[in-house]
Design a protein around this ligand. Structure first.
Ligand SMILES: Cc1cc2nc3c(=O)[nH]c(=O)nc-3n(C[C@H](O)[C@H](O)[C@H](O)COP(=O)(O)O)c2cc1C
Length: 350
């Protein structure tokens, strides 16, 4: 069983990839999208978004990172893919799922699912442009407004030479509202000969077991769920009776304090001081779904934005001793879309 770490632009960047792959249980990461319009991007754009390219296409923990491109012009995507390939990622992934209005207005992401022929042309052009040894994969939603073209798109991707297809079991119109339709992923898996990876709404090991059963896939991509619970990949492996089940405990809160500090310190290298606290709170906002200690820390930091004050707080010996606070309803909004809602009921369920 393979577990992939999802691309999440604005949430799961190289810093969080570093942290989450240190916790482990993940076989492969896909980077957040690199947007291609009509230009050949300079190498520094690729290495800024995917700095792992400077270390053999792997995170510090050694987990391979596939770089994701987003765009609609096959020739320009192919040129950029060739340049990117020379930097040595663990493959190139193509985005056919992004619902962001700014991206869709420019005919990128999920709206491409209205045009399976264009999807085919993009995958084929990129496949031709990069060395045969380099995997070219794709990630799609079930469709733009509905799922009528889902099999056409999956066929388009597979017949253009993609080595793997990740399916997020929702249309663009579904946004991020539960549920994810894992049974539709099964229909796609049955229709194409390439491996299909199931994605969407896996927050617990139980969800993972149901998703695997309903989709019939043997690979999962974890997004918000593993950001909320960095031990989730190990929990899934344990639930499946894999190596983690044999003695090794599933990592819980106890592994997180040093990683939170590491994450915080790493943000100093590439995030403007005024945005640093926001990045930390964004992660804590998901972590508090699972950990009361993260809720306590979130509460303690709610009104604190000064990096120096946060340095002091995070370095205090007992900052991690959390109280089991009742959570309030807090939507996590990105690009005008509610991507997660954290509520008191969910907190009570853990
Ligand atoms: C904040 C955010 C940013 C995302 N950015 C990307 C992206 O750059 N590329 C992509 O293919 N999918 C992106 N996605 C979609 C996720 O990869 C994933 O398909 C989706 O979150 C469903 O999985 P989950 O329920 O496990 O989170 C993003 C999702 C979120 C919430």
């Amino acid at each position: 069983m393979r577990i992939l770490l999802a691309p999440m632009e604005g949430l799961l960047d190289h810093t969080l990839r570093d942290v989450l792959t240190r916790v482990g249980g993940v076989d492969l990461c896909v980077s957040e999208f690199i947007r291609v319009t009509d230009q050949l991007l300079p190498n520094r754009v690729f290495t800024r978004i995917v700095p792992e390219l400077r270390q053999g296409g792997r995170t510090a923990a050694g987990t391979p990172v596939r770089a994701q491109l987003l765009g609609s012009d096959p020739a320009c995507l192919a040129d950029n893919a060739a340049r990117l390939a020379a930097l040595g990622p663990a493959g190139i992934d193509l985005n056919f799922g992004c619902p962001a209005p700014t991206v869709n207005r420019h005919r990128g992401g999920a709206v491409l699912l209205d045009e399976p022929q264009l999807v085919h042309a993009i995958v084929a052009a990129v496949r031709r442009a990069v060395p045969a040894s380099m995997p070219v994969s794709a990630k799609m939603r079930l469709g733009h407004r509905d799922e009528t073209l889902m099999l056409d798109n999956a066929h388009a991707i597979a017949s253009a030479g993609a080595s793997e297809l990740v399916v997020h079991g929702r249309t663009k119109l579904h946004g991020y509202r539960p549920p994810a339709y894992w049974d539709r992923i099964a229909r796609i898996r049955e229709a194409v000969a390439i491996p299909v990876v199931a994605n969407g709404e896996v927050w617990t090991a139980d969800d993972a077991l149901r998703c695997l059963a309903e989709s019939g896939c043997d690979a999962l991509m974890l997004g918000r769920g593993i950001v909320a619970d960095p031990g989730l990949a190990w929990a899934v492996r344990a639930a499946l009776g894999g190596p983690a089940a044999e003695g090794a405990a599933v990592p819980g809160w106890e592994v997180l304090p040093p990683l939170l500090l590491h994450f915080w310190q790493r943000t100093a290298t590439h995030v403007a001081p005024r945005h640093r606290s926001g990045r930390l709170k964004q992660w804590l906002n998901l972590l508090r779904r699972r950990f009361p200690q993260a809720q306590a820390l979130f509460d303690a930091l709610r009104t604190v934005n000064d990096p120096q004050q946060i340095d002091v707080l995070l370095s205090a010996p007992d900052f991690l001793r959390g109280l089991d606070h009742q959570a309030q309803l807090v939507p996590l909004v990105l690009d005008g879309d509610v991507v997660a809602v954290h509520g008191a009921a969910e907190a009570a369920l853990g």
